[in-house]
Write a protein that binds this ligand. Structure first.
Ligand SMILES: NC(=O)c1ccc[n+]([C@@H]2O[C@H](COP(=O)([O-])OP(=O)(O)OC[C@H]3O[C@@H](n4cnc5c(N)ncnc54)[C@H](O)[C@@H]3O)[C@@H](O)[C@H]2O)c1
Length: 303
């Protein structure tokens, strides 16, 4: 018997003739590591929080990173830190809710780097209210940033990816893409919608060598979470409550979501598309969420 041949040549034998133009196998050798050398990534909402952590991680792994954000000051600070560390990065002012802004920013990225391989659609805002108390303005704002923002970002990134032979899209969704939290109707609905966008792109562009996945974070310590907590009478109590809710006993760090994003964007995830990777410290594991556990059920001892 001959020794095991490298995965690559095995793969070459099983690609059906009619799929040869689309079925691209990455390097599957054991020595492969997650690297993005020579690759260009766009991160929307990369000024702070999860986006900034993702930009740092991608740069650290060799990518050139373009941050699209509307927060000029914070984005410039994040990019300056990346440049000072010797990385290749740039900031493109952009409101993802505006089609022209996204188109112009993507054009500028292409002009600067000549190609686009990775898109992280991450820009987002938090808004509260049930369907009765949510104004049409807040509903539209939430959908404009999350849903249209994701639509525009993917719409204008995909042509550049196709021109470069394919790419990887990671959309930052939420555990609220899969469940609901009280008093968050617009946010919950918008996050469900981006899961739909993820799945649609995964199907529509699979044969064009573009993968699309999303991550679904639980509570992550970012300016957004702090903003939510600060709107309450006892912000620290809210953070504590969030920590208790997660079976791992704490809220997550932006870098822990960035790790999942980078994995999905990399060739390590080469056979993963259309999936939602939950990054929530176990939050969604208990039946009925932690609320059900809080009822006291199951506390009567072992039997
Ligand atoms: N923090 C959490 O607990 C949590 C949990 C689940 C999902 N998320 C999602 O993660 C993503 C990142 O949020 P974060 O927690 O890092 O918060 P964050 O506030 O630190 O980051 C959001 C970024 O998006 C940018 N942004 C907002 N609106 C924009 C617009 N219209 N155009 C361009 N940029 C815009 C902000 O300037 C900021 O840089 C969001 O989509 C959020 O819904 C966060």
């Amino acid at each position: 018997m001959t020794p095991m041949s490298p995965h690559k040549s095995q793969s070459a034998q099983i690609v059906p003739e009619n799929l040869k133009t689309v079925a691209k196998y990455p390097d599957l050798s054991d020595s492969m590591s997650i690297r993005f050398d020579g690759k260009v990534a766009v991160v929307t909402g990369g000024a702070t929080g999860i986006g900034a952590a993702t930009a740092r991680k991608l740069c650290g792994l060799g990518a050139s990173v373009a941050i699209l954000d509307r927060n000029i000051e914070a984005a410039q600070e994040t990019v300056d830190a990346l440049l000072n560390a010797g990385h290749t990065a740039s900031f493109h002012r952009c409101d993802v809710a505006l089609e022209a802004d996204v188109k112009n920013a993507m054009d500028a990225v292409l002009q600067r780097y000549g190609t686009l391989n990775v898109l992280v659609s991450n820009a987002g805002i938090q808004r509260y209210g049930d369907v009765m108390s949510t104004s049409v303005g807040i509903w539209d704002e939430t959908f404009d940033v999350h849903v249209k923002g994701c639509f525009y970002s993917t719409k204008y990134a995909i042509p550049a990816m196709l021109a470069s032979g394919g790419g990887a899209i990671v959309i930052v969704a939420s555990v609220q893409s899969l469940t609901a939290v009280a008093n968050s109707a617009a946010y919950v609905a918008a996050k469900h919608a981006v899961l739909g966008i993820t799945r649609s792109i995964a199907l529509d562009f699979a044969r064009k060598n573009i993968r699309a996945n999303c991550v679904c974070p639980g509570s992550i310590d970012t300016p957004m979470l702090r903003w939510s907590a600060d709107r309450t009478a006892s912000p620290e109590k809210v953070i504590e409550g969030c920590s208790r809710m997660h079976p791992l006993g704490r809220i997550g760090r932006p870098e822990e979501v960035a790790n999942a994003i980078v994995f999905l964007a990399s060739d390590w995830a080469s056979f993963i598309t259309g999936t939602s990777l939950v990054v929530d410290g176990g939050l969604l594991v208990p039946t009925g969420g932690m609320g059900f556990q809080d009822s006291g059920i199951g506390t009567g001892g072992a039997e």
